[in-house]
Design a protein around this ligand. Structure first.
Ligand SMILES: Nc1ncnc2c1ncn2[C@@H]1O[C@H](COP(=O)(O)OP(=O)(O)OP(=O)(O)O)[C@@H](O)[C@H]1O
Length: 320
């Protein structure tokens, strides 16, 4: 378990992380989302004791990182690709880590096997591709068989097979009861991997909720309806107190999950339907919706008119 309490980091005037409090729980994959510059990496660095908080506290299974004996056996992390000595072989790189952390040397071969690098174990890492580098970083994170794993952008540089592999790996680590905390810019990937989400923006907590709840709360769900008797259907829906809006090409949109109701009303009035499809918003749409809401909040909370901040957010997100 990772617990953050009022965690804050300032760099001069810049507040990179602003009073963050949340708990990352075991047994599930928790996604960590936010646009570029939101403070994700800074937060992860503070969890690992690499940056000192300006205020607040972060604990790993109840202890500060510095209090952990052989920390790699408590928490394994992938922060940056290629953060190792390129002149060493993959095997020696992991062996050095194992020896300095009280980890049996037999684990080195095990993790090389797990990440699929056995064939290149004796090759110097400076010749590794980005994907191989990511796999080696993941091997290092797994080396101490820790209960907590933290990955910053783990699918960077991986090909589709590699992305599928890491998704399966993260889910199985969580399935073993471990705490898995992972940041990613790939929303579609996060939607397939994470059960729980922590979303931050400009250093502040925007959401700490289940994936399903996040999408439901931050997006519009509606039913798409097409009928050759559109005008008659509109009247029937209106009489039943159901609001439908026309969205072009003869499509009607009915807010909420009312597909059954619309279908039953149409049948009762002998109306033909060519389409009746509930629309489920994607994580990306939900994220954009949350962004828009936080922009509105800023606009109302300021005394003077503000320039549109949505652009800043959107741009930051796309740059990822
Ligand atoms: N050492 C530093 N000195 C000054 N400012 C910093 C430093 N490290 C980070 N920042 C600033 O703190 C903010 C948060 O940065 P951080 O890298 O944590 O964001 P992020 O969410 O990880 O972004 P990305 O998705 O681009 O990796 C940014 O505005 C960044 O410029």
């Amino acid at each position: 378990m990772i617990e953050l309490e009022g965690l804050t980091k300032r760099y001069g005037e810049k507040v990179a992380v602003n009073n963050l409090s949340f708990t990352v729980r075991p047994g599930i994959v928790t996604g960590f989302l936010g646009p570029n510059g939101a403070g994700k990496s800074t937060t992860m660095r503070m969890i690992l004791g690499l940056d000192h908080p300006t205020a607040g506290d972060v604990r790993i299974d109840g202890k500060h990182y510095q209090q952990l004996k052989d920390p790699l056996t408590y928490i394994g992390a992938l922060l940056e690709a290629k953060a190792w000595h390129g002149g060493r072989t993959a095997y020696n790189h992991l062996l050095c880590l194992a020896q300095s952390n009280g980890i049996p040397r037999g684990r080195v071969r095990e993790v090389l096997e797990t990440v699929g690098l056995t064939a290149v174990a004796k090759k110097k890492t400076k010749g590794f591709s980005m994907g191989m580098g990511q796999r080696l970083g993941i091997a290092a994170a797994l080396l101490g068989d820790p209960r907590i794993l933290m990955f910053d952008e783990p699918v960077n540089g991986l090909d589709p097979e590699g992305i599928h592999w890491i998704r399966t790996l993260m889910k199985s680590l969580a399935g073993q009861g471990r705490t898995v905390f992972v940041s990613s810019h790939l929303m579609s990937e996060m939607a397939l991997t994470a059960e729980h989400l922590v979303v931050i923006g400009q250093g502040r907590l925007l959401a700490d909720t289940s994936m399903a709840d996040f999408i439901a709360r931050n997006s519009r769900s509606y039913v798409r309806v097409r009928s050759p008797q559109r005008e008659r259907l509109l009247d029937v829906l209106h009489e039943a107190g159901i609001v439908a809006v026309e969205s072009g090409d003869g499509v009607l949109e009915v807010d909420g999950g009312k597909a059954e109701l619309v279908g039953e009303l149409a049948a009762r009035h002998g109306l033909t339907l060519h389409e009746l499809s509930p629309q489920q918003a994607s994580l990306e749409e939900a994220f954009m919706q949350l962004t828009a809401e936080s922009v509105e909040y800023h606009a109302h909370s300021e005394t003077s008119p503000q320039p549109p901040q949505q652009q800043q957010w959107g741009d930051g997100w796309k740059r990822g």
